[in-house]
Ligand binder design. Structure first.
Ligand code: URA
Length: 433
């Protein structure tokens, strides 16, 4: 086999065989095929795409390049959840105890944030004492005893994807549905759960900006999971504005806690409920409708809150954070308000720019080595469709002396558009499909 022939075949719109795909990936990981040939093949895929079978073969080859995480030491049903990434997305923190309140086990391996999106591990570390580096033994023990455990990823899952993703990132070949779906699913199928709920984001803060493309991506991921015999549900959800009313680590934990205590009701709380109910439904324990009802009951009777406390305590965090989040969390007392200089309606929010604004405050990383500041971020007061008057507060920036707020404020201001008419109702819909 020659890489040249495999590239030519794809360039001309042909279908690569399983053996050809395996050859390209395995030899690349071994260092026997150079970057420029794989980059060229990726570009050919970018333009000519892959069939469902090619996509599956690519996923399985990348999956087989690494470790698998066996969760069989955890009793009961384990349903995983994956979001394709967004701004203000702290769903795992609220959803995990919600799902556990029904009797499912939530044992999640999560990542850190990069660029405009945050990561669950960083957010959880905003809770004083909370430890995300757990031994295998600790991980299984907490999952079995408390029903919830969330740790940082340490297993060497899909190393081929890591190498290829780095190449895609520098060769403008990230945004292709087959490549994205194979990349994500090679990592998710490496965790041996009983099923997975996929939250595919769409809009200004997502990889996929249009609903059509996002639905296509969701279908591609579902197709891969099903071919692998995994139970799966995918939702296409709105990322045309940040999720909820906070962006930044401690602020997001605060909103997640208020959610499990039933103190607030917004798009974020609704999404948590939706995803949780789908997770329960997928497990076969209870129907989606019944799960939604039961989870809401457990929020208001305090069961979800108690599970959250126990979970935080078992991972070394201060459980008092659940009762008194504003006292325990480190939230900067340096604030600056973004005030409207116009009357009208919020018609557009560039969610990615809001994420970058939060990163500029120090809440996120521009590069992997950056150290984040969990005390800074943005509290939002006006979202899509809201009316705003001159002098009204649109958002508050929580900043540090070191980074200041000026640059972040400029970016945040650029992300908002205020006009005389309300935006189309489709823009504020939470779940598209
Ligand atoms: N996330 C991934 O893990 N891979 C992609 O290709 C895109 C988003």
């Amino acid at each position: 086999m020659r890489p040249y022939d495999i590239i030519v075949k794809k360039r001309d719109g042909g279908i690569n065989t399983k053996e050809e795909i395996k050859y390209m990936i395995e030899k690349y990981v071994e260092g026997k095929i150079p970057d420029y040939q794989i980059a060229s093949w990726l570009m050919a895929i970018y333009f000519k795409h892959m069939t469902s079978e090619e996509r599956y073969n690519l996923t399985m080859t990348m999956l087989e390049s690494g470790d698998k995480v066996d969760l069989s030491a955890i009793e009961g049903k384990k349903i995983d959840k994956h979001s394709t990434g967004g701004v203000g997305d702290k769903t795992t923190i609220s959803l995990a105890p919600m799902v556990a309140s029904i009797g499912l086990k939530v044992s999640k391996l999560s990542g850190r944030g990069l660029g405009h999106t945050g990561g669950t591990v960083d957010k959880l570390e905003a809770i004083p004492g909370f430890k995300t580096a757990l031994s295998e033994e600790e991980f299984f023990k907490i999952a079995n005893e408390k029903g919830v455990v969330v740790a940082g990823q340490t297993a060497n899952i899909a190393p081929a994807d890591k190498k290829i993703y780095a190449l895609r990132d520098t060769t403008a070949t990230v945004n292709e549905i087959s490549l994205i779906s194979a990349s994500i699913m090679s990592k998710k199928l490496g965790i041996m759960s009983d099923g997975i709920v996929l939250d595919v984001k769409t809009g200004s803060g997502a990889f996929m900006k249009s609903i059509e493309e996002s639905v296509e991506l969701a279908k591609a991921m579902v197709d891969i999971a099903k071919k692998n015999g995994k139970k799966v549900t995918a939702l296409v959800t709105n990322m045309d504005q940040p999720l909820g009313y906070t962006v930044g680590n401690s602020l997001e934990v605060l909103e997640a806690i208020q959610t499990v205590k039933g103190e607030i009701k917004n798009d974020f709380t609704e999404l948590c409920l939706e995803l949780s109910a789908h997770m329960v439904d997928l497990s076969g324990i209870m129907s989606y409708e019944k799960a939604k009802e039961e989870i809401q009951k457990n929020i208001y009777n305090g069961k979800v809150k108690e599970i959250m406390k126990e979970w935080i305590k078992s991972q070394g965090g201060n459980p008092e954070v659940v009762e008194n989040p504003e006292k325990i969390l480190n939230i900067s007392n340096l604030t600056y308000d973004f005030i409207s200089d116009k009357n009208g309606y919020i018609t557009h929010i560039d969610a990615e720019s809001v994420g970058i604004s939060s990163m500029l405050l120090g809440a996120g990383r521009a590069s992997k080595e950056d150290i984040i500041d969990t005390s800074v971020g943005i509290k939002i007061f006006k979202k899509l469709g809201d009316e705003v008057k001159v002098g009204e507060k649109i958002a508050t920036l929580y900043y540090s002396e070191e980074k200041g707020y000026e640059e972040a404020l400029k970016k945040l201001k650029e992300s908002y558009i205020i006009k005389d008419e309300k935006p189309h109702e489709n823009k504020t819909k939470l779940i598209y499909e």
